[in-house]
Write a protein that binds this ligand. Structure first.
Ligand SMILES: [Zn+2]
Length: 215
């Protein structure tokens, strides 16, 4: 599951308990430093917003987070059948529409991802612009081609919203603390409300996995 060297486990639909296979790709040739820096910025933003509304603690409930941030969450049935989530901003307020999916993990993730678009892509300076971002399942889990260099702006937005959602649902500080206390994937998955695969990737990504200790 964990790639070594220049490899990185691709974020995939599978991560959420779906059944589309993931894989690994090679980062060489991408603007890795710029991306890492951007990821740190995104993660800091998550923490800042969670602290601002007094919710930087476990368990993270993305609906509660959205509501405290002044964003309503509504279930919707999208006529096109392929849209899974949407964030609309108007007059500084936000409304998330999420397709009520069968898997609660995916619903939690969709809401966290839309909050990410709100702060990362609908905000200019400190002001939320009127606008909307609509996500199809296929957009949310776009994967890079192994040979791809710099990614398109659209793909980068989805990657950023996924970083935001990952940090929101599994804040790295709490993952580190809980892993140190009890390095057990199934119990951490329950604690964070994510799939075992998701927390497994997170633990690996944070370099917490120590094969010498059997994980
Ligand atoms: Zn998106």
């Amino acid at each position: 599951m964990v790639g070594g060297g220049g490899n990185f486990a691709v974020f995939s639909y599978n991560w959420l308990g779906g059944n589309v296979g993931g894989g690994e790709f090679d980062w060489r040739g991408t603007d890795m430093i710029g991306e890492q820096q951007r990821r740190v910025e995104v993660e800091c933003r998550v923490r800042k917003e969670l602290e601002r509304v007094g919710l930087y603690r476990l368990p993270v409930n993305p609906i509660q987070v959205a509501n405290r941030l002044g964003i309503s969450v509504e279930y919707a049935k999208f006529p096109d059948g392929s849209t899974t989530g949407m964030i609309a901003a108007k007059g500084g307020g936000g409304r998330i529409f999420a397709a009520k999916l069968d898997l609660p993990y995916r619903l939690r993730f969709t809401i966290a991802h839309e909050i990410g678009h709100y702060f990362l892509h609908l905000m200019e300076g400190n002001v939320i612009k009127d606008g909307e971002v609509r996500d199809r399942l296929i957009d949310m889990f776009l994967e890079r081609e192994p040979s791809a260099g710099l990614v398109s702006e659209e793909l980068m937005r989805e990657i950023e919203a996924n970083w935001f959602a990952t940090e929101l649902l599994m804040p790295m500080e709490f993952v580190r603390e809980e892993w140190a206390r009890n390095p057990n994937i199934p119990s951490l998955a329950r604690m964070f409300g994510v799939t075992e695969e998701a927390i497994g990737y997170r633990v690996a990504d944070l370099n917490l996995w120590d094969p010498a200790n059997g994980g």
